[in-house]
Design a protein around this ligand. Structure first.
Ligand SMILES: C[S@@+](CC[C@H](N)C(=O)[O-])C[C@H]1O[C@@H](n2cnc3c(N)ncnc32)[C@H](O)[C@@H]1O
Length: 449
């Protein structure tokens, strides 16, 4: 991955939040020889051999891999997996999992005993976990013959690590205080009797950029928004000074993430602290150098980001968050229905996330009213696109396969995505001038998500 200086927080619009703690665990590495205890002693920075796993929303593996391969990150040995991407390099602050050890469980002992044995031997825990540091273990288990639950895996792993520390006459490590992050968050997977152990560099998911103090209850996950923007080709369009609009912008996640990409601002720049900064192999000088480079890599941008929403509260969050991210000067907001919105110029790209009619709408409407509110919102979106976005490309994130029919538009492509456990489609449309016949009777294909 080149020098550590190149693989900066700033030079990785990527991993811009692709890290998602709730995502599924990575698949087992059957192709990798079982060599526990060999890599964990290397410093995190400046080493070519470290292995990482960048977790992401299912459906965003390919764009995550592309971003890792870009010159901004310069990762190598990149292999998309399920809900994430394996890579090698010395990348820092990318909010990824640093591989510690892996190996098969021996079926001759009970699962609990095997976990304990594996963890006692797999790493130099007294070095990895410094005196007084708190540790947490997050575990995922699937298809194992004698590990009935993630709780068993967590408990036995913790026991083994604590015993390894006590053997050196140090006190048993404590869990983190309530509300505090662990100094060493571990992420462990057990898949078909094969264990893999990682250190989690960012602890809290990287979608928490640090520019947002309050989440609107319908706010889109920042990492998912960034992934959608990549799927829509926004970084390339931004280079040409294109205009992007979100006619149902809510708290402005698409607009802010689009601004960060356009200005080459690394999302990690807003986070004050990462767990890896307290690790034994952390190199503060290398880190400060790459942070500096990330700041220098920011660039001015002349394009426009336009948003509209009917909800004044959501819009004030959008303004505040855009301010917090330092991009308020690039974002223009309008309050009102999108059907009545005339953007100041024709957008080149529209990207939006209309209501899906989920439990949030259920809080405000009873079932029949919910349906008509949903129909009204999607119909207005369709009218807005046809009236003001001719020949633009529109990308609509939908978690409701029936709602798209009200757009009365034919999709060019539907990209599957899983966001917050919801099966979604990121749908691409080319906005054409209205044809009266098709407006009157939407085609069957337009009704399919
Ligand atoms: C799922 S939320 C969008 C969330 C947004 N992407 C964010 O990150 O905060 C849908 C938004 O559509 C807005 N909305 C619903 N009907 C609308 C309409 N007719 N015109 C404009 N906005 C509308 C709602 O107020 C809500 O903020």
């Amino acid at each position: 991955m080149g020098s550590p200086a190149r693989s900066t927080v700033g030079q990785m619009p990527c991993l811009r939040g692709y890290q998602q703690r709730t995502s599924k665990y990575p698949p087992p590495r059957r192709d990798v020889p079982d060599k526990p205890n060999q890599e964990q002693k290397q410093p995190i920075f400046g080493q070519e051999a470290l292995r990482f796993y960048a977790t992401c929303h299912p459906g965003l593996e390919q764009v995550t891999a592309q971003e890792l391969a870009s010159k901004h990150v310069g990762a190598f040995d990149i292999r998309p997996g399920k809900s994430g991407v394996h890579f090698r390099g010395s990348s820092i602050a990318v909010g990824v999992l640093v591989h510690v050890a892996e190996g098969p469980l021996d079926g001759r002992r009970s699962g609990g005993d095997e976990i304990y044995r594996f963890f006692r031997a797999c790493a130099d825990w007294p070095t990895i976990l410094g005196p007084g540091q708190a540790m947490s273990v997050e575990a995922r288990v699937r298809n194992c013959s004698d590990i009935p639950s993630a709780l068993l895996l967590q408990a036995r792993a913790r026991d083994a690590i604590c015993d390894a520390i006590r053997d050196t006459r140090r006190p048993r490590p404590a869990p983190p205080e309530p509300g505090q992050e662990a100094d060493l968050p571990l992420y462990v997977t057990a898949w078909q009797d094969y264990l893999t152990v990682y250190r989690d560099m960012s602890g809290q998911s990287l979608h928490r950029r640090g520019y947002r103090s309050v989440m609107h209850r319908a706010s889109l996950n920042e990492a998912a928004a960034a992934g959608c923007l990549l799927l829509a080709g926004w970084p390339e369009a931004a280079l040409t000074g294109a205009t992007l609009a979100d006619p149902m912008c809510g708290s402005g996640t698409f607009l802010i993430e689009a601004a960060l990409m356009a200005t080459n601002t690394a999302p990690g720049l807003f986070r004050k602290q990462f767990p890896f900064q307290g690790w034994h192999d952390f190199d503060p000088q290398a880190y400060s150098k790459v942070c500096q480079q990330a700041k220098q890599a920011q660039r001015p941008w002349e394009g426009k980001l336009l948003g509209s929403d009917i909800h004044p509260g959501a819009l004030s969050l959008a303004s505040r968050d855009a301010e917090g991210a330092g991009v308020a000067h690039l974002v223009r907001l309008h309050e009102g229905t999108c059907g009545g919105w005339e953007p100041q110029q024709r957008p080149d790209i529209v990207i939006t996330n209309p209501p899906w009619g989920n439990r949030l709408m259920a809080l405000e409407y009873d079932a029949p009213n919910q349906l008509s509110a949903l129909e009204a919102a999607w119909t207005e979106l369709g009218l807005f696109l046809k009236a003001h976005c001719r020949e633009s490309q529109a990308f609509v994130l939908s978690g409701n396969r029936d709602a798209t029919q009200w757009l009365r538009m034919r999709a060019d492509a539907r990209m599957p995505l899983v966001i917050g456990g919801a099966d979604c489609r990121f749908i691409k449309y080319t906005v054409l001038p209205p044809k009266r016949a098709s407006e009157a009777a939407p085609s069957a294909s337009a009704a399919v998500l």
